[in-house]
Design a protein around this ligand. Structure first.
Ligand SMILES: Cc1ncc(COP(=O)(O)O)c(C=O)c1O
Length: 386
């Protein structure tokens, strides 16, 4: 077995993120069949905890789709979008583009609300678009992982609702790290993943959909990602596919840890880490792509300074400090680094470790700063926000 040769990487990229030992240990429990009665309380527990995590309305279905975040995304789209459905998509980056692509594949007639990469969507833009071109569904990404931008979900959802449109929200980089409040927002479908703020391995992806939104739609085109069939398994134990009990144990344990920490406390932890990182980066002469007030706490897109080799810094971090950070996507390739502080990867120790390692890597690539300045600024920020 090659397990001994795999490095225990310090995961500070856009995901996967570090996983707490208790979640790793949960996966060592015996494998059960997907229909074993002993697995059912685990699945029921996941559904209940997800309902709390999403703050879902009473009539919403909460389940975890077998697959990565993209599978929950596609299940949501298959449940809401069909041939001829008018879908307005807010595009603020790479994952907004993915919504356009996927809704189009399901037959949606797309209207794009275009936003500059690195900025959040101004709600007026959506309002104007909907007043010009009506929509059955409005889709947007809450936390745009490609740019580090947080979109104003509450406002966007309210505008869509006022105009009678359903809302489909990507919370892949926010659920468990930022406030998500499905009931208060009045959102119809919100999907996420396990490997970011929730703190489990990828492979079972949370999804919440209101009953109302689903009734407006017939059977899904996809068999594997048909929410009705998936729910038949989760709620009525009817075979649809062979769900991994191992991943269910991990997700159940990670969600239990979320409950123990408390949602508000967890959001505050992510905010504190982000603020300290931002202070530290500033001291290193590095700027975040998104302006203050539009930034994600969970994913930080950092502009690469002129003259610095983006890939060389990432390679140094990996090879010399065992730290992974992410590269830019699409038009931001080579122009930003993406630092994720999510779940177990969002701690003061890791922020300080990263800033120290980054200072060293940057200096080796010709961007020298006063020794220890980033770490000192971040430590001050943590001390001030304790
Ligand atoms: C905002 C957003 N949506 C969707 C996805 C797709 O998730 P996955 O890679 O788990 O399929 C990602 C992945 O990073 C994401 O950041």
């Amino acid at each position: 077995m090659m397990a001994g040769t795999i490095p225990a990487r310090i995961l500070l990229g856009p995901g996967p993120c570090l996983i707490a030992p208790r979640v790793m240990q949960a996966m060592a429990a015996p494998v059960l069949s997907h229909l074993d009665p002993a697995l059912m309380p685990v699945l029921d527990g996941i559904r209940e905890r997800l309902a709390r995590l999403y703050r879902a309305p009473g009539d919403a279905t909460t389940i975890a789709v077998s697959g990565t975040g993209t599978s929950a995304m596609e299940t949501a789209i298959a449940a809401l979008v069909d041939a001829g459905t008018r879908v307005t998509v807010v595009v603020t980056g790479y994952f907004g583009e993915r919504l356009v692509e996927m809704c189009g594949r399901y037959g949606g007639v797309i209207t794009r609300v275009e936003v500059e990469w690195g900025r959040a969507c101004d709600p007026d833009l959506l309002e104007r678009s909907l007043d010009t071109t009506g929509a059955d569904v409005v889709a947007f990404v809450h936390g745009e992982t490609s740019t580090g931008v947080l979109n104003p979900a509450r406002e966007l959802t309210a505008i869509a609702r006022q105009r009678g449109a359903r809302t489909l929200v990507d919370a892949v980089t926010t659920l468990g790290g930022h406030e998500v409040d499905m009931a208060a927002w009045g959102a119809d479908a919100i999907y996420s993943c396990a490997q970011k703020c929730i703190g489990a391995p990828s492979g079972l992806s949370p999804l919440a959909v209101t009953r109302e939104a689903r009734r407006s739609n017939g059977g899904a085109r996809s068999f594997y990602l048909d929410l009705d069939l998936i729910e038949d398994y989760w709620a009525r134990r009817k075979y649809h596919h062979t769900l991994s009990s191992t991943l269910a144990y991990a997700l159940a344990e990670a969600l239990a840890a979320v409950d123990e920490e408390g949602l508000e406390a967890r959001w505050r932890r992510h905010e504190r880490s982000h603020r300290a990182l931002a202070r530290g980066l500033d001291a290193l002469g590095l700027a975040l792509l998104a302006p203050e007030g539009e930034r994600l706490f969970t994913l930080n897109a950092v502009t690469v300074p002129d003259g610095v080799d983006e890939a060389a810094v990432r390679t140094r971090l990996r090879e010399e400090s065992n730290i992974e950070i992410g590269a830019g996507l699409g038009p931001l390739a080579g122009r930003v680094w993406r630092i994720g502080l999510m779940g177990a990867s969002s701690t003061p120790d890791l922020v300080l470790l990263l800033l120290g390692a980054l200072e060293t890597a940057l200096a080796a690539e010709g961007h020298a700063t006063a020794p220890g300045s980033g770490v000192a600024a971040a430590a001050e920020s943590f001390a001030a926000e304790r």
